[in-house]
Design a protein around this ligand. Structure first.
Ligand code: UD1
Length: 356
């Protein structure tokens, strides 16, 4: 049965759509194109509905028209500092819209949802080392709270209705489609690897390291960077689990190992083969020292296995995508997916990335 992907013109969900199509699924995308990029949606192979996930009549219509059985819900706002400036906007886009989407979808017959949650629900973990799902959630940003509230609503809806869900708590999602079909295209993105890749390609003058006095091995913040392709495969595993009658659950999605900001920048220098202009600044408000996933639950319960757990690979794919944007050679996702061998050869070699 077809699935509905919300936010399908965005970074992660555009990878999801391609993975679903590769798996033989039928996909409908709902996106208001407020931050997403239309070219990310392969419109020759999926139906794109431009609209708001909080529009209950619209969602009801889509679900009934296409006999949707599952929703993969990605649409939302994701920048932590923005959520501090506009908390009510974040509660509307993330919490209220998830409520409306779930209400309309369940009433129209949807049985399952895979929900994009976040490691930001953990706030500032007090003990060092990986966090597991039993670690008390204590978000310190409206973004984290807006996602935690959504998890709670889905849990309660699953108790009351013929409906099951998995909330995946993403750690730091990075990289791009290894086949070069899509990547992080959002203008003015703020996250570290995107910014560093732009700097490496001369698309911005440099970047700032936010804080050098953290109690970590080199004084900079530590995060668990997960390749977007592995994250998307976790969603496929979650969908299979729910369709097979598996229980609702909440699961971390990371690799279980952390890299510091300086280690990420070193990887970008190494892979790009060029230096970066870096300034060392103060800490950014709301940043935890270290956020690393204990991923044993998802490995045990969904038999999820990572395939691209290598920082240089993540950086290489992010750089290759950035290069495509820089040179205007981004492939159209609407192009038919190349066969695997052809695709492996299609990933631009790093030597092919020209100097700024
Ligand atoms: C990211 C996600 C957030 C998710 C969280 C889970 C984005 C925009 N945010 O937040 O949705 O909930 O992971 O772990 O993807 N840094 C710099 N200089 C920069 C940018 C970042 O030093 O220019 C540092 C930060 O201080 C931090 C690390 O790099 O230590 C990662 O920051 P960032 O990429 O912004 O992601 P998070 O804030 O961890």
């Amino acid at each position: 049965m077809p699935v509905l992907v919300t936010g399908g013109a965005g970074y992660i969900a555009s990878h999801m759509t391609l993975a679903l199509l590769d798996a033989g699924e039928e996909v409908v995308v709902l996106d208001d194109l407020s931050t997403g990029v239309r070219a990310n949606v392969p419109e020759d192979r999926v139906r794109l509905v431009v609209g708001d996930v909080g529009d209950e009549p619209l969602v009801s219509h889509i679900v009934k028209e296409h006999a949707i059985d599952a929703v993969l819900h990605f649409a939302g706002s994701v920048v932590v500092p923005d959520s501090l400036r506009d908390p009510l906007g974040y509660y509307r886009n993330n919490t209220c819209n998830t409520r409306s989407l779930a209400a309309a979808a369940i009433a129209a017959g949807v049985r399952h949802m895979v929900f994009s949650s976040t490691a930001a629900v953990y706030g500032l973990p007090t003990a060092p080392g990986p966090v597991n799902e039993s670690t008390p959630a204590a978000p310190i940003s409206p973004y984290g709270t807006s996602k935690l509230m959504s998890e709670m609503m889905l849990r309660d809806a699953a108790s009351a209705h013929d409906f099951s869900f998995i909330a995946l708590r993403y750690f730091n999602v990075a990289g791009a489609d290894p086949l070069g079909r899509t990547g992080q295209s959002t203008p003015n993105a703020t996250h570290l690897l995107k910014v560093a890749c732009e700097a490496a390609l001369g698309r911005r003058p440099g970047l700032q390291v936010f804080g050098t006095d953290y109690p970590t091995r080199d004084g900079t913040g530590v995060r668990d960077y997960i390749h977007v392709t592995d994250l998307v495969s976790a969603h496929l595993a979650a969908l299979d689990h729910l369709r097979a009658g598996g229980a609702s659950d909440i699961m971390n999605c990371g690799y279980g190992r952390g890299f510091s900001v300086l280690e990420v920048l070193d990887a970008v220098r190494r892979v790009a083969g060029r230096d970066l202009t870096v300034e060392y600044g103060p800490r950014r408000a709301g940043d935890p020292v270290e956020l690393v996933a204990d991923a044993s639950r998802i490995r045990d319960r969904l038999a999820w296995r990572s395939r691209l757990d290598d920082l240089d690979t993540i950086v290489a794919h992010a750089l290759a995508w950035e290069q495509r944007i820089a040179t205007g050679t981004r492939s159209r996702t609407r192009r038919r997916a190349p066969a695997r061998a052809e695709a492996a050869a299609a990933v631009p070699s790093l030597a092919a990335i020209p100097n700024g």
